[in-house]
Design a protein. Structure first.
Length: 493
């Protein structure tokens, strides 16, 4: 039987995976992507860079798999950001990504103008810097000519699908993360667009994630080394894609992901919005399903920041950081790290938040910095998990996934901070695999989402919390919470 191709457009890299219908991973390819920071509050990427790197990643994956008989193509990508295209579907400059903070000062004004309760009841989320809605408002005020010249706004993975098929569209899961979407009706919100003066003409047509959006054009096929005519499905945002691969299709299922950012996801069977606005509720890739999502913006990003500052000079700097952190006892001997390097999302929802090391003494060395970063990110994710619990998200057991949690040390710290066991998904590239499964569902290789997820059910490796360390981390977490509140208060003085 022919294979399936998934393309996963991440923030720092685009990855391609090839699987067979039985879920075996046949080949992978990865190409790094550059983030442009022209000003301190900007975070942009070149859409053409997405495409050129995707073509190389796909070719590498096909070479690794040793085959090119692809039955269907699926995609997933990082959320919230977008690229503006002209009438010929050419990019009008760089895309604005989720990490961009230019609209941060607008958030209180937008919440007052529209009403926080209105945002939560319609969009399932309050607006956040980097989301399409506030960024559109910012552009209308500061670069109206750009919006006037634009014919459509496409989310990151949708630009890749445009290059694959020549068709413009988005899927419901990705659209629901723009703060311009009615998550209950699963359609663009006419009310929010009108209240924010966002031109509806810029919003692309909507498809469900496993719906076929087009077929591979001859030009794209030549670039990828594939046959033309392969069906390409709409795809999804990255979090629902990993949820599909990991079988998180309905209530009671949750995951903690640690990559560039960190996420807590709990699947639901209804649009269950948090009345306090601490977390997001978005549409799942599965029809008539939703999920609650809390995000830590600087998870693996914090560790990469430390790696670059310490200049470890190793072929495997992250293993080196793990080794250093393991030299220090839990609690990093009083050193606390607050990972707000690009503002923070859940649960504080403050784009102006800044990070800090607190408690530094002459005794502390780089090993303490490494341990404090791992623990600070774990505490941030714990705060998000607590907010999801408080908002009614029910999770029977936590799946742990993402490249950061491949580290046994970081995984153990997280289990200890949570005080709960984590079932680590011992399988790579879950978002890309989920994207490939969406392609398989659309092409009827699988008869249902359940059948597709069952085909790639991963091996789980249990990480149990240690009772003594958990008790110790309760004190660390309480101190983290107090310091976070003080730091945020000081930042607003």
């Amino acid at each position: 039987m022919a294979a399936l191709l998934g393309i996963d457009l991440g923030t720092s890299a685009v990855k391609a995976v090839v699987i067979d219908a039985d879920g075996r991973l046949l080949g992978t390819g990865t190409r790094e992507i550059t983030m442009e920071v022209p000003q301190p509050n900007r975070a942009e990427q070149d859409p053409e860079g997405w495409w050129s790197n995707a073509t190389m990643a796909v070719r590498a994956a096909m070479h690794s798999a040793g085959r090119s008989d692809i039955a269907a193509i699926g995609l997933d990508g990082h959320m919230h950001g977008f690229a503006l295209l002209d009438a010929q579907w050419r990019p009008l400059g760089r895309a604005i990504t989720w990490a961009d903070q230019r609209s941060a000062d607008l958030i209180p004004e937008l919440e007052e103008h529209v009403g926080l309760a209105t945002f939560l009841s319609i969009a399932g989320t309050r607006p956040a810097a980097g989301f399409m809605a506030p960024t559109m408002v910012w552009l209308a005020r500061h670069d109206p000519g750009l919006l006037e010249a634009a014919a459509v706004a496409v989310l990151p993975k949708d630009y890749l699908r445009l290059r694959l098929t020549g068709e413009v569209a988005t899927d419901i899961s990705d659209a629901s993360a723009t703060a311009l979407f009615d998550i209950g009706a699963r359609t663009w919100s006419v009310e929010l667009c009108a209240r924010l003066a966002v031109p509806e003409r810029l919003l692309p047509p909507l498809l469900e994630s496993a719906q076929i959006a087009g077929r591979l054009t001859a030009e794209a096929a030549s670039a990828l080394g594939l046959a033309p005519g392969i069906p390409v499905v709409a795809g999804s945002a990255d979090q629902p894609a990993q949820a599909v691969a990991n079988g998180l299709l309905g209530p009671g299922n949750g995951s903690v992901t640690l990559g560039t950012g960190g996420q807590i996801l709990v699947a639901t069977d209804r649009p269950l919005a948090d009345a306090k606005g601490r977390i997001h509720t978005f549409c799942h890739a599965v029809p008539d399903r939703w999920y609650q999502l809390g995000a830590t913006l600087s998870a693996g990003l914090s560790l990469r920041w430390l790696r670059d500052r310490l200049r470890l000079g190793s072929d495997n700097p992250y293993a080196n950081l793990d080794r250093l952190a393991n030299e220090v006892p839990p609690g990093a001997e009083g050193l606390i790290f607050l990972p707000y390097l690009v503002g923070e999302r859940s649960p504080i929802m403050d784009p102006t938040a800044t990070g800090a090391f607190v408690g530094l003494t002459l005794h502390h060395r780089r090993a303490h910095l490494a341990r404090a970063v791992l623990e600070g990110v774990a505490c941030s994710l714990r705060a998000t998990r607590d907010a999801v619990d408080d908002a009614g998200g029910a999770c029977d057991a936590w799946l742990a996934t993402g490249n950061g949690l491949a580290s046994p040390l970081w995984r153990g710290i997280l289990a200890d901070v949570f005080g709960e066991p984590l079932s680590y998904v011992d399988a790579p590239e879950r978002s890309g695999v989920g994207a490939a499964l969406l392609g398989g569902i659309g092409a009827e290789v699988y008869g249902s989402f359940d059948e597709a997820s069952e085909a790639v059910r991963p091996v789980l490796r249990m990480t149990e919390p240690d009772v003594e360390r958990t008790a110790r981390y309760e004190k660390v977490y309480a101190r983290y919470q107090r310091l976070s509140a003080l730091l945020l208060e000081a930042g607003h003085d």
